[in-house]
Ligand binder design. Structure first.
Ligand SMILES: Nc1ncnc2c1ncn2[C@@H]1O[C@H](COP(=O)(O)OP(=O)(O)OP(=O)(O)O)[C@@H](O)[C@H]1O
Ligand SMILES: [Mg+2]
Length: 255
């Protein structure tokens, strides 16, 4: 079974129906794909195509109507305290805790807060918020709060990071910077990322592969492999190759 050697996450024939009073909504229909360890995959599609539903099912926060998700556990990684980390659209930090205590919170739950301080400081530096660790969340900008949320998602050494439109509430310039920093974090931490976005340019900038979903029912209509050198930045986005990728994905979405 060549090729399946490094298979890390496999999503098999996922279907999700939501039952409302008046109708059944098929949020996802027969979605299948697999990821290798270390991949950075983006899922792009319009509002309502089932992106969040898909992430929630992968995170085991939601039951599929049909199909399965398999995540291979890495038993060699002793530092790993949880399989996955989650980052949502809006930073969710406790207002009554300092930034570093927010980041350490998952370890506190496991009774390992003390031993995690060094790792927290490493992540804080990697995420570009060094010097802000003792501040309150409200003293940070939205972009910095999202950086802290990424640190918290990574504190328990997960091998899979799930991100649901994490930069969509952030201004364009900060977003550009976060996009570059996230690529650095991904490389340093050697994690696998599934990143959901409705922004096609962002999907092409970040993804090794872009999965394209269409709405009602949510279907996986296209997969595009992105062969562009990293780190990808504003200059990458100005190349014709980049624009061809975007244009192809827009076409797949009917634009
Ligand atoms: N709890 C629910 N009950 C009923 N319908 C739901 C529920 N959650 C989601 N849906 C429907 O399922 C579909 C997919 O929703 P989902 O939130 O996964 O989409 P999305 O791609 O994340 O959208 P957005 O980009 O706006 O966040 C939508 O049509 C939505 O209305
Ligand atoms: Mg969503």
């Amino acid at each position: 079974m060549e090729g399946a050697m490094n298979e890390f996450v496999s999503v098999n024939n996922l279907t999700k129906d939501y039952q409302t009073e008046s109708e059944t909504i098929t949020a996802l229909e027969n979605i299948s794909f697999s990821l290798e360890r270390g991949e950075f995959v983006t899922i792009a599609g319009p509002s309502g195509c089932g992106k969040s539903t898909l992430l929630h099912i992968i995170a085991n926060l939601l039951e599929p109507s049909q199909g399965t998700v398999e995540i291979k556990h890495d038993r060699s990684n002793e530092k790993q305290l949880s399989e996955l980390g989650l980052v949502f659209q809006k930073p969710i930090l406790f207002p009554w805790s300092s930034v570093i205590d927010n980041i350490l919170f998952p370890l506190e739950l496991l009774g390992q807060k003390k031993s995690g301080r060094e790792r927290a400081m490493k992540l804080i530096e990697l995420a570009g918020i060094k010097g802000f660790e003792e501040k309150w969340p409200h003293e940070l900008s939205g972009g910095m709060q999202q950086r802290a949320s990424i640190c918290r998602a990574l504190i328990s050494n997960p091998s899979l990071l799930l991100m649901d439109e994490p930069f969509s509430a952030i201004d364009a310039l900060t977003r550009l910077k976060l996009t570059i920093d996230l690529q650095r974090i991904w490389k340093e931490e050697k994690i696998t990322i599934i990143f959901v976005t409705h922004n096609i340019e962002e999907a092409v900038t970040l993804g090794d592969r872009v999965f394209v979903l269409t709405a009602r029912p949510g279907r996986l209509v296209w997969e595009e492999k992105i062969n562009l050198p990293r780190p990808r930045d504003r200059k990458t986005a100005a190349t014709s190759q980049f624009q061809e990728y975007c244009s192809k994905i827009y076409e797949k979405l009917g634009f």
